[in-house]
Ligand binder design. Structure first.
Ligand SMILES: Nc1ncnc2c1ncn2[C@@H]1O[C@H](COP(=O)(O)OP(=O)(O)OP(=O)(O)O)[C@@H](O)[C@H]1O
Ligand SMILES: [Mn+2]
Length: 508
């Protein structure tokens, strides 16, 4: 049972907590910490709060040390990239309302005693929780939630992010149940400190290329794509994908033996060669033909940090104007109309603010990793239209390396617009001293599953560099055609305000 000053958990836990909302001090509009000082819960990026033991563990697992230098290498392209000015641009000032979960400013006197801290006895495999209003008492997943702002999902330099990744990769799994909805099997896993992760299993070997005759919507999801997408999004400087790590799961001990999900438990069996398999229940690929199997027990999987529960932080789902037709014979509007973008530009929410360039950022991410499955995207409702797009669900990326899919880039090509900061970072990533494929390799080498096999095979890394060149060429063509037509050059959307000194006009 938990007593809470922080209602985040009780709702997110999915278990009975035994206290009424008023008793827990729940502010339904937002998570509430009953303390006046906002500073209490936001991690200070300057100050490492990761215990030494965790850093040792992280080192063993191949994560960065606190200096950020990768273990066993003297020259880190990734570190050099993240030290570059373009990766350290100042964010707009963060006002009270720009945090997703707000710190409740005042405690009523009669609430004070019962709501000052969160207490729970250790039971059912969960740790006793003694969380108060100080950041030090909060587990890393909670620091992640409290660090979500209008401008980014996390601060790349926040040391508690490393602790979060480490816990996703190694903490004991207390519960594993199916996540309903969606087309493919996925589980919600819970850790002793009440943190949760979205689990997606390995369904195919990393080097299998998607069948060219398959429509994109029939493609299987890939656990390594979820992991690689998180790294790529961070390397592009977006911070719009929740942290994802790879992990070897013991199918019997960490799923079958502990699950309370009877529908899931019923689908376990032993294959003819003695591997433990299961297939769960879902609308498409949940049958013995599509079972996921351990070898004989070990199963590779991706674990993504869960976002705050929808009851605390509702999200809005938007249909992408450039979504593909789900019919095998019909074309979508954007495929038929060369002036499609002119219409989109006039249509809310694309007619104001950064929504259009944010969508173009997402198209660039998707083109680089060849993800054709971005029919929808989500935003946090609290932030209205003035916020970034969440890049969730990347399991269908990195399916092909031998071919590129130019139609994914249609938003950039048709609208001829790109954020200045994105364009400059892309140009940086094309330089030999950084090189996208190289920094991706280095970044992915920190993931625990690299010990099994590199998360992206070399042809995928080379494809990233090739596609990056295509993106830069596309921007160049846009600039040239606007110049020739003597139109005002509105290709580069200036999101960097006073920042000067970066040249945006030269060829890639
Ligand atoms: N890290 C996360 N935290 C919380 N919710 C998430 C997270 N990642 C995804 N979701 C939610 O879960 C839903 C299903 O996840 P996802 O899209 O990855 O599964 P899927 O099986 O591929 O679904 P679909 O078949 O509909 O594409 C998403 O639409 C999103 O709202
Ligand atoms: Mn999906």
């Amino acid at each position: 049972m938990c007593k809470s000053f922080l209602t985040v958990h009780c709702v997110g836990l999915g278990r009975r907590v035994g206290l009424s909302k008023t008793a827990t001090g729940l502010n339904l509009k937002s998570a509430s910490i009953q303390n006046s000082a906002e500073k209490v819960s936001r991690a200070d990026p300057q100050q490492s709060e990761v215990p030494i033991a965790s850093l040792n563990m992280a080192a063993k697992m191949g994560y960065h040390t606190s200096s950020g230098r990768s273990i066993g290498s003297n020259h880190s392209k990734l570190q050099a990239l993240f030290s570059h000015a373009l990766y350290n641009l100042p964010l707009p000032p963060i006002k009270e309302d720009d945090w997703l979960l707000r710190v409740k400013p005042k405690v009523k006197d009669n609430d004070r005693d019962s709501t000052q801290e969160w207490l729970s006895a250790s039971e059912d495999g969960y740790d006793a929780a003694h969380w108060d209003s100080t950041a030090e008492s909060h587990p890393p997943w909670l620091r992640f939630h409290l660090g979500i702002s209008r401008w980014q999902l996390y601060d790349r330099k926040d040391p508690s992010l490393r602790a979060l990744e480490e816990q996703l990769a190694s903490h004991r799994i207390v519960s594993a149940v199916q996540k309903p909805g969606g087309t493919q099997l996925k589980l919600i896993m819970t850790f002793p400190n009440y943190g949760q992760a979205l689990f997606k299993p390995k369904k195919q070997e990393r080097d299998v290329e998607t069948d060219f005759n398959l429509f994109y919507f029939s493609d299987f999801e890939r656990h390594n794509a979820e992991i690689a997408a998180f790294h790529l999004d961070r390397i592009l400087g977006f911070q719009r994908i929740p942290p994802v790590v790879g992990r070897l799961i013991n199918v019997t001990k960490e799923i079958k033996d502990i699950t309370t999900d009877r529908k899931l438990a019923r689908t376990f069996y032993t294959s003819p060669v003695g591997n433990v398999c299961f297939y769960g229940q879902c609308s498409y690929y949940c049958s013995t033909e599509h079972a996921v199997c351990g070898r004989p027990l070990a199963l590779e999987a991706s674990l993504a940090a869960m976002l705050p529960d929808l009851s605390l932080a509702p999200r809005r789902s938007w249909r992408s104007p450039w979504r593909r037709s789900y019919s095998r014979s019909k074309l979508a509007q954007w495929e038929k109309d060369p002036n499609f973008c002119a219409t989109v530009k006039k249509t809310p929410p694309y007619n104001k603010g950064t929504r259009l360039v944010d969508l173009i950022d997402m198209a660039i991410l998707d083109f680089l990793m060849s993800n054709m499955d971005r029919h929808h995207y989500e935003t946090f409702e609290k932030f209205g239209n003035d916020t970034y797009l969440l890049h969730l669900d990347n399991g269908r990326a990195f399916g092909r390396h031998s071919r590129d899919e130019p139609s994914i880039l249609a938003p950039l090509q048709q609208c001829c617009r790109i954020r200045r900061s994105t364009f400059l970072r892309l140009r940086l990533l094309a330089l030999p001293q950084f090189r996208l494929g190289d920094v991706m390799r280095e970044s992915l080498s920190k993931d625990p599953l690299t010990s099994v096999a590199p998360l992206l095979a070399q042809p995928h890394l080379s494809a990233l560099d090739r596609r990056l060149h295509t993106v830069l060429q596309t921007v160049h063509h846009c600039q040239e055609s606007r110049r020739l037509a003597q139109q005002r050059n509105d290709v580069i959307y200036d999101d960097m305000g006073g920042y000067t000194g970066f040249d945006t006009t030269t060829r890639p």
